[in-house]
Design a protein around this ligand. Structure first.
Ligand code: SAM
Length: 314
């Protein structure tokens, strides 16, 4: 069973089993379904059908003693410190599904079903741990593109970089990295940040950013959480954090370049008050308006996202 290959039913099944404690209940040894149902206060027939489906999908094994979590899935699904941890990604996809089914309601009210731009929103830990995992995909490629445009040992501010996968890649490749994110996110990732020698500053990016000046600002997968006016203000604030000639790098699903960018706009409709995905021309206009020059959009090998690169005049 590869969680990335699961369709919506598989995610509902595995995610619910994880959230309701079914996987944990069978992690340390085989247990019959009635015992699991009794321990968790759940319906016996429902638990049997769910455990047996999970066994056929390969997450559990069924023995004469009952059901047991397959050893190879134990740490990836249950241990947040395991390098292959996917439990948060499964839980994250389950929450996304729960939001998307409320699209008819969003169409009527225009309001998101939750607000993921709010500080310490419910589910922050799952969100951040899931992003740490997805952020690791392509982090080496992004670092190599960005650092090829900067002097050796350049200083880089990673805005919204709390999950730290990109920051770690930049630091590994020799940049002096500072991550800016909300305090609760930095606390969750403290061990990873310290281990990689990454500095951090806590705050709300819509209010302030560290003064710098930095050689580069990296802004990954976050402009879609905000509306056009907020993004323009953010880019103006990033401009002020940059040294003359500094580089701003925005990683995004650029509208018009993939189906993912179109679908992600709906994700933001469901989960944020003003978020959306934007075209290359929109980024170019906003960035030029606040004083950047030479805006360029480049693909990232292996990913559907792009990097929007913008320079300040020297
Ligand atoms: C969608 S995640 C992107 C994470 C990472 N940059 C990546 O590419 O995977 C957005 C990040 O921005 C942070 N963030 C969102 N709004 C923020 C705000 N107003 N102030 C500080 N951090 C914020 C979130 O906590 C989260 O870590």
């Amino acid at each position: 069973m590869d969680h990335r290959e699961l369709d919506w039913r598989g995610i509902l099944l595995l995610g619910t089993a994880l959230r309701e404690g079914l996987l944990e209940a069978v992690a340390d040894g085989a247990r019959p379904a009635p015992e699991v149902a009794g321990a968790l206060g759940l319906d016996e027939r429902a638990v049997r059908i769910v455990l047996s489906a999970l066994a056929e999908l390969g997450a559990l094994e069924e023995t004469d003693e009952g059901f047991r979590l397959q050893e190879e899935h134990r740490r990836p699904l249950l241990d947040p410190e395991d390098p292959g941890y996917v439990g948060a990604s499964v839980a994250h996809r389950l929450r996304l599904l729960e939001g998307w089914v409320r699209l008819p309601e969003v169409l009527k009210t225009g309001e998101p079903v939750e607000n993921r731009t709010a500080p310490a929103f419910e589910g922050t830990e799952t969100f951040v741990r899931a992003l740490r995992r997805t952020g690791a995909e392509g982090a080496a490629e992004i670092s190599s593109i960005v650092l090829s445009l900067l002097p050796e040992g350049a200083s880089l501010l990673d805005v919204g970089g709390g999950p730290a996968a990109n920051a770690e890649a930049f630091a590994r490749d020799g940049a002096r990295v500072t991550v800016f994110d909300r305090p609760e996110v930095l606390e969750l990732m403290r061990g990873h940040l310290d281990a990689a020698g990454i500095a951090s500053v806590a705050g709300d990016m819509n209010e302030r950013l560290p003064e710098g000046p930095f050689d580069a600002v990296y802004f990954g997968n976050t402009s879609h959480m905000y509306g056009p006016e907020e993004n323009k203000e953010l880019f103006a604030r990033m401009r002020r954090a940059l040294a003359p000639g500094g580089l701003l790098v925005v990683r995004e699903f650029v509208r018009g370049t993939s189906e993912e960018a179109a679908l992600f706009a709906v994700n933001m409709l469901v989960l944020t008050p003003r978020g959306n995905t934007y075209t290359a021309s929109e980024y170019e206009e906003w960035l030029r308006d606040v004083g950047f020059a030479g805006v360029e959009v480049v693909p990232i090998p292996g990913l559907v996202s792009h990097l929007v690169l913008a320079r300040l005049p020297g």
